[in-house]
Ligand binder design. Structure first.
Ligand SMILES: Cc1ncc(COP(=O)(O)O)c(C=O)c1O
Length: 458
């Protein structure tokens, strides 16, 4: 009988995160102050983030110790199991070996607590009383509410309006962990009121919700803001995924030829692949693929430029692939992939050809998710199904080429709170959305006056 699950004992949990900034072939350009256009310093960030996280954001140390208090909480569900998708392989009749890292086993149901827990911890030891954040599908908001509960912090979540109504159970999860969740745009902030006055029927977007959460944090000295993706310290915390996987692949006696993750802001993709990118920089041949929706094609169709992380231009300007901070993606069910920007680290890796990107339409992702559920049993989040769809494409390619490739992907979260999305798909209510060039050009005209990075690619 072939091995199905590869477990790592608790004693083998990685005790350090991996910081790719120490190894990037092309150093990243600095974030710029939204007002002055000058590189931001720690003092500019201190109204929104606690100092230990700011230090991690700019750190060049290759390895950063995971505090004992964080490890203790990680042990609630980590190390997460690595699975061999034997039934999916059989269904596809592929010579490829397919492995997936199951990040859906966390209490919140996704990879998001990997960074929510250290962020809550560093805020707690820095004296923060309350944390604000945004959430798309609700995965991040629930992860942060869970983590704040563990460290005795208040948590306030601005949830993108379209998802707030599509996914009421996520709000209930946040409330169960003691958090507060309101639909964004809201009338509680100046940013929200401005957007509502201009467009009362907006479905909302992550960019708008970030503006609201940042504003709510800067208005109160005991409140800080927390971001669930995009920033360097978030990518750092998520490397626990790839570091565990490297040990588990060694136990399985395999090494991946192809690595796949879906990418919204880039964190679960980066979390799995960064330790392997380190190997690639040192000579390993690995095809590493970030997968995004065709209706929000940040990496495949967006330029590499400086842009704001939020719609109302409150965050620093980040060097990244972007569709423009005013871009409001179609209300697809993969709410966590509806973000106009991308992590600067992931953007830089794409520029340096260390990774590549693929966009997949919504219908193909649901079909893939359902085939995965029927073979492997697990029902994935709509975001996660993008990685499943790309994996199926690669496994079928291996079949055509007759190659026994090893494919590894990140199963970033379960979809048990997303069943309305499956219902819409199964009852024929979903369709593919093709994004017209004009829509992207319109959103990009807003970033034309902004400073350009040295590697600007239009
Ligand atoms: C299950 C799941 N996967 C993926 C994502 C995309 O985020 P990221 O690219 O930061 O991993 C999200 C975001 O909410 C998510 O909930």
């Amino acid at each position: 009988m072939k091995t199905k699950k590869i477990f790592l004992p608790e004693s083998e949990i990685p005790r350090q995160w991996y910081n790719i900034n120490a190894d990037l072939p092309t150093p990243m350009e600095p974030p710029l102050h939204p007002g002055t256009g000058q590189p931001v310093g720690p003092d500019d960030l201190s109204p929104i983030f606690p100092m230990p996280l700011i230090e991690q954001e700019v750190s060049q140390e290759r390895w950063i110790d995971i505090p004992e208090e964080v490890l203790e909480k990680y042990l609630i569900w980590r190390p997460s199991p690595l699975y061999r998708a034997l039934s999916l392989e059989k269904f596809l009749d592929t010579p490829a070996k397919i492995y997936f890292k199951n990040e859906g086993v966390s209490p919140a149901g996704s990879h998001k607590p990997n960074t929510a827990i250290p962020q809550a911890y560093y805020n707690k030891i820095s004296g923060t009383k309350r944390i604000t954040t945004e959430t798309g599908a609700g995965q991040w908001g629930s992860a942060l509410a869970f983590s704040c509960a563990l460290f005795g912090l208040e948590c306030k979540v601005f949830m993108v309006k379209v998802s707030y109504y599509q996914k009421p159970y996520r709000r209930m999860m946040m409330e169960t962990w003691g958090g507060t969740c309101i639909p964004s745009p809201s009338s509680e902030t100046e940013a929200g009121r401005k957007i509502l006055a201009e467009n009362p029927d907006t479905p909302g977007s992550l960019g708008i919700a970030i503006s609201e959460a940042v504003e709510a944090a800067v208005m109160d000295e005991h409140t800080k803001y927390s971001l669930g993706s995009v920033l360097n310290h978030v990518m750092l915390h998520q490397t626990i995924i790839g570091l565990e996987t490297q040990k588990q692949m060694a136990i399985a006696g395999d090494y991946p030829d192809v690595i796949i993750g879906c990418a919204g802001g880039g964190s679960n993709f980066a979390g799995l692949c960064l330790p392997f990118v380190h190997d690639k920089i040192n000579g390993r041949d690995i095809d590493i693929i970030a997968v995004e929706p065709t209706s929000c094609p940040t990496l495949t169709r967006g330029p590499f430029s400086y842009d704001f992380g939020d719609t109302c231009q409150m965050t620093p300007l980040l060097p990244m692939h972007t569709l423009g901070h005013t871009f409001v993606p179609e209300g697809i069910h993969a709410g966590g992939l509806r973000y106009h920007g991308m992590a600067p680290i992931v953007s830089q890796l794409l520029l340096d050809n260390l990774i590549r990107a693929e966009a997949i339409p919504q219908m193909e992702t649901f079909k893939a998710g359902i085939n995965f559920a029927k073979t492997e049993g697990f029902i994935g989040a709509p975001e996660t199904n993008h990685a499943v769809a790309a994996t199926i494409r690669e496994a079928l390619k291996a079949k055509e080429e007759g190659k026994e490739k090893v494919i590894l992907f990140n199963w970033s979260g379960h979809g048990l709170v997303d069943m309305a999305a499956y219902d819409a798909y199964l009852s024929g209510k979903l369709s593919d959305h093709v994004l017209a060039d004009g829509e992207i050009e319109r959103a990009l005209s807003d970033i034309a006056p902004l400073p350009k990075p040295k590697q600007f690619k239009g």
